[in-house]
Design a protein around this ligand. Structure first.
Ligand code: SF4
Length: 243
């Protein structure tokens, strides 16, 4: 990043630029908490249009949550076709529903809304080995519980690494990374940030070879500046720095 630009300024600038090229979709209607957990599993690392389609297929092809719970992983994975790691996602959904059903004999989780935010996040985190990741906890906190949380999935972390907002070694402590991003991104911008970053990561700042020449952040992103400073022949071969 330019020497005079600190992380706060860079993230402010990122939000301003992304808003023009990848505006966030309108905020959707609030879902019941359990449904938001399942949606977040569909949504992790996936832009809204693709996740919405997969989630809608699941809702139309299964009679209710109990039918999803007792289905095979393959049957659930079939409706996630086209999403990355469809089988793993299906496993997470089934394991979460199974665990929740065994604990409560229900498919309700709305009592979380009556708990304090910390207590609610702690309760959700108990499903950590049953499909609920840090991303899912933060997502539900942001979308259902009215708290300030910024869900970070792998594509968003990739962009933040390339922007040098987070360092390679920091990634091991995801909660700490999230805490620092939540410090920079105010609650009112949390939804917008989440939606815009995933669109950028999906369309431009892709995993293997980022399309820096077409990126709205290219003037401020250290990785983009480095990639674009290479002579054309050298930039084409070998591949630009991907990180
Ligand atoms: S300039 Fe390149 S590396 Fe930086 S965010 Fe844009 S696409 Fe990613």
């Amino acid at each position: 990043m330019p020497a005079t630009m600190n992380k706060q300024q860079l993230l402010n600038q990122t939000l301003t630029l992304l808003k023009k090229k990848f505006p966030a979709p309108p905020e959707p209607d609030k879902r019941p908490v359990l449904e938001e957990v399942v949606y977040a599993i569909c949504r992790e690392g996936v832009p809204s249009a693709k996740a919405d389609a997969a989630y809608a297929r699941m809702r139309s092809e299964f009679f209710d949550w109990n039918e999803v719970r007792v289905s095979t992983i393959q049957e659930v994975a079939n409706v996630f076709e086209g999403l990355p790691d469809a089988g793993d996602r299906a496993k997470r959904v089934v394991e979460f529903l199974q665990e929740h059903f065994e604990r409560t004999y229900s498919f309700e989780l709305d009592d979380l809304e009556k708990k304090g935010l910390k207590q609610a996040a702690k309760q959700l985190a108990r499903y950590k080995d049953k499909g609920v990741s840090d991303f899912v906890v933060a997502w539900v906190t942001q979308r259902s519980l009215g708290g300030h949380a910024v869900p970070l999935d792998e594509p968003t972390l990739r962009v933040l690494r390339r922007l040098n907002v987070i360092e390679e070694g920091e990634i091991d402590d995801l909660e700490a990374v999230r805490g620092s991003i939540e410090h920079f991104i105010p609650k009112a911008k949390g939804f917008e940030f989440t939606e815009e970053m995933i669109q950028l990561a999906d369309a431009v700042c892709v995993a293997d070879t980022p399309h820096c020449p077409h990126c709205p952040l290219k003037a401020d992103c250290p990785t983009g500046i480095e990639n674009l400073s290479k002579p054309k022949a050298a930039a084409d071969k070998p591949k630009p720095k991907s990180r």
